[in-house]
Design a protein around this ligand. Structure first.
Ligand SMILES: Cc1cc2nc3c(=O)[nH]c(=O)nc-3n(C[C@H](O)[C@H](O)[C@H](O)COP(=O)(O)O)c2cc1C
Length: 199
């Protein structure tokens, strides 16, 4: 194995195997530069038609956290309270407005989506979820720990943070440095033979 191969292998091991979901964080801060670096990686997650419907709101002030915490399931509040940053991940159901720039090769694509709100919503949610997976791994690639959570009041968060807009919350991700006792032991993963078919 060459040195670059070895480096790649080590970083994949770190991001996929060593790091896992964080539930409690140290008070160490996360800088705005680190948050920008996370997005700069996450934005390369592939999406259908290069549509990129994910929108990210980094909640990092005490005031913004106070607005968010009551909108999380009670069992999730202490987890987000301990995180220096909580990212609200939302799907922009009006993503199609950007398509002429993001996908200039496909003629008339903005107009096709403009005429079909249901298809637009499905496309926005599917691809924002896909980007959310890339976002979690981008957090880890920046040397930070991530705690994704779906136990949240999505409609309440929309109302509080995105009223009158096309944004629909899908999940939140706690971000910071995991506390020494801040993650649970791994639960089993399905094995290759259980989840994979070689056809
Ligand atoms: C979409 C999604 C929603 C989740 N929702 C919650 C949640 O509401 N509360 C929570 O404590 N953990 C939540 N988790 C964390 C998962 O239980 C955890 O990532 C999974 O068990 C894998 O854990 P590991 O990374 O330690 O192996 C969620 C994870 C994902 C990806």
């Amino acid at each position: 194995m060459t040195l670059p191969d070895l480096r790649n292998d080590l970083s994949a091991t770190r991001i996929f195997t060593d790091m896992h979901t964080a539930y409690r964080f140290t008070p160490d801060p996360v800088s705005d530069e680190e948050l920008a670096a996370i997005y700069e990686l996450a934005k390369f997650t592939p999406t259908a038609l290069n549509s990129q419907p994910l929108r990210v709101t980094f909640v990092r002030t005490a005031e913004a956290k106070e607005r968010l915490l009551p909108l999380l399931a009670e069992s999730n509040r202490a987890k987000s309270a301990s995180a220096p940053v909580v990212a609200i991940l939302a799907a922009d159901t009006d993503f199609h407005e950007h398509l002429p720039v993001l996908n200039p090769q496909t003629a008339g694509v903005r107009e096709r989506f403009a005429a079909d709100a249901e298809r637009r919503r499905t496309m926005a949610l599917n691809n924002a979820w896909l980007q959310a997976g890339g976002f979690i791994l981008a957090v880890r690639a920046e040397g930070l720990d991530a705690g994704p959570m779906g136990g949240i009041n999505t409609a309440g968060i929309d109302e509080e943070f995105f009223p009158g807009t096309s944004l629909r919350t899908i999940m939140v991700v706690n971000i910071g440095h995991v506390a020494p006792d801040g993650s649970f032991p791994r639960n089993p993963r399905l094995g290759f033979d259980q989840a994979v078919t070689l056809a």
